[in-house]
Design a protein. Sequence first.
Length: 79
Amino acid sequence: MSEQHNMASSLSDKQPNRKDSRQINFRVNEQDYLKLSQSAKTLNMSVPAFVKKKAQGARIVAPKIGAKEAQELARQLAK
């Protein structure tokens, strides 16, 4: 009995190492998800990160140049 108790308590003592302690789940239709996904992709963010920033009221500005152009520009500047 004590082995089971020790094993159960050691499992419950292991808390996930998360920055935020609460989780919110919600559902969206396919069209809304595609819009969110496209916006997140444009900003080089994941959909959950994008939605979290928007929910927090952050003003998210799209980059002036794309990721490939930025890499090429950085490569040219490094020369």
